[in-house]
Design a protein around this ligand. Structure first.
Ligand code: 13P
Length: 334
């Protein structure tokens, strides 16, 4: 795949008023989401739930791509049509999560590093055959008195850069995701400083690894105080701080930036994105790649009556796509 092809996929992912739905929860993570609403974590329930989301009528009006999990990219609808085919027909670009989760970083209590580089070249080749056009790798950065260490930041951004280079070699657009967690009682300034250090390190590592920025999407957290912080920030403060840190660290050559929701409420995630786009124009489109903030309302509804609420749950997820699509244009009204 040429750089032009990578760039056109990257640009399509952040087309005006469109964003991404992340449905790439590992079997363990979806278990937690299902358990919270009383759904049994069977393969058929996971398949049926992902079918509900991917086939929601009207979804593609505001959804450019969906990130799948290894199990999901191999699954099909009840009628036997592979999910990737259904998606391509609807104009939704298939993506795949390729990291293998985090492990504690030896020598640095509280820090973690993401694994999954061993054998990645071969796995990427298979995902391309299965229809994926972009991939995702998530690095997790926690904040506490001791964390993150600069070693943890470097270990994580080095892994992201190696993953990104392998993706481009395979013809996949790498979505590079450093997530700075909201857990803790840190203030918004601390969140800003950690984001700044992580993003500087990330773009340095991408440069060192010959990654072409024109074929990369950044997926990042927002600059937000810890969940347990005494002082919470206004929507405008979060928007202003997030845009400021991005402008000071992310090259303009990047085709686009999308955000994760990271435990924000649906309304907060939409309001923050909307407020950022209101204070534009920015060097890149700012859009969404939400998991929980796209799905949680639909999942709750479906759990109450899996058959009876199926169509209604699809409407709810399409509505969340519409609201976030408007927020990506700065046109959302609460
Ligand atoms: P959340 O929006 O639920 O944080 O999930 C997005 C994601 O893909 C995290 O890796």
């Amino acid at each position: 795949m040429s750089i032009e092809d990578l760039e056109s996929v990257a640009l399509a992912l952040v087309a005006p008023g469109k964003g991404i739905i992340a449905i790439d929860e590992s079997t363990n993570t979806i278990k937690k989401r299902f358990e919270a609403v009383g759904i049994e974590n069977t393969e058929e329930n996971r398949r049926a739930y992902r079918e509900l989301l991917l086939t929601a009528p009207g979804l593609s009006e505001h959804i450019s791509g969906a990130i799948l999990y290894d199990e999901t990219i191999r699954q099909s609808t009840r009628d036997g049509v592979p999910f990737t085919e259904v998606m391509k027909k609807a104009g939704i670009i298939p993506g795949i999560k390729v990291d293998k989760g985090t492990v504690p970083l030896a020598g640095f209590p509280g820090d973690v590093v993401t694994e999954g580089l061993d054998g990645l070249r071969e796995r990427l080749a298979e995902y391309v055959k299965l229809g994926a056009q972009f991939a995702k790798w998530r690095a997790v950065i926690g904040i506490s008195e001791q964390n993150p260490s600069s070693t943890a930041i470097e270990a994580n951004t080095h892994a992201l850069a190696r993953y990104a280079a392998l993706c481009q070699e395979a013809g996949l657009v790498p979505m590079v995701e450093p997530e700075v967690l909201m857990d803790g009682d840190h203030d918004i300034e601390t969140s800003y400083e950690v984001h700044e250090a992580v993003l500087r390190s990330l773009f340095n590592a991408l440069y060192e690894h010959n990654v072409l920025l024109e074929g990369v999407i950044l997926k990042v957290s927002m600059v937000i105080p810890g969940k347990d912080a005494a002082e919470q920030a206004s929507v405008e403060e979060v928007a202003e701080a997030t845009v400021r840190v991005l402008k000071s660290t992310v090259p303009a050559a990047l085709p686009g930036i999308v955000f994760l929701s990271g435990g924000q409420s649906d309304e907060q995630a939409t309001a923050h994105l909307n407020a950022m786009n209101r204070i534009g124009p920015h060097p890149w489109p700012l859009s969404f790649s939400y998991g929980r903030a796209m799905q949680q309302a639909a999942l709750k509804l479906w759990a109450k009556d899996m058959r009876g609420n199926y169509a209604e749950a699809q409407k709810v997820v399409a509505q969340r796509a519409r609201e976030n699509g408007l927020a990506a244009l700065g046109q959302w009204q609460p």
